[in-house]
Design a binder for this molecule. Sequence first.
Ligand SMILES: O=C(O)CCC(=O)C(=O)O
Ligand SMILES: [Fe+2]
Length: 272
Amino acid sequence: MPTSLTIENILDLDKYPIHDRENPTRGNIISHCKADLDKLMYCTIPAFVRPQALGEMAREASSLRKQAFDNNSRRNVYLQRKANPKLPKEHARNILSSTSTRMIAYDQIAENSPLKVFYHADEVRELIAAIVGAEVLYDNVDPYQPANYVCYDEGDRSSWHFDSDNSFTVTLMVQAAEIGGEFQMSPNARSDTDQNYSHVAQVLRGTRDETIVSVGREPGALCIFRGCNALHRVSEVRGNTMRIMGVFVYEREPGILGDPEINATIYGPRVA
Ligand SMILES: O=C(O)CCC(=O)C(=O)O
Ligand SMILES: [Fe+2]
């Protein structure tokens, strides 16, 4: 891995001149992405990261795979692991499904990793801020959360859920699975003011499949989505190629840390 990796080694700045605020191509990327995010609840920038940097990320994630925390659980869409006996069996809160992913935390990733160089680059953070309509964004300062690799081996999947903390989620497809590992979304499943429990339960029971879209992504694609209100899942991975996702956490306030109890469930007992 090169020791003095810069953002130009990771992104093709000729194709995506995001370092130049006056460049009309940057403006176009922002306006397209903003419009998609508003309308579809997600946007993607295809082939954003150079293949060589993706290769380095994939090699790093594979070499860290043995140290990853096997995050296997049964959970509801609100990321809770227990049913609520006061609510009916068929209530959305009481529908639990299995999830299994392999989490590689920020502290396990090399300082000079292309994943971290990408995450900490001002150009990237400022682009994302413009797309999500934030005046400024800050890096998360938790020891484990800011940038992760999430790996899916054969049989792994992430069941339907809403992301809890943030109004948007940022992912980078590092390596796709041979079969499966599809990112699916039911975009307007709830809103900030309406939990829409009956609709959510219908999606979970498979009776609202017409609301589900597949978000196609080739390796190198950056995806920003409204994971807080768009119900989403990753279908079961098949075949020998590990699905590797980079996941990034940006904040609207400086100095934000994760909740240690939640961290222990995501990254394992070593962080407790
Ligand atoms: O792996 C993905 O495509 C999305 C995973 C996910 O649900 C998330 O990062 O919140
Ligand atoms: Fe999610």
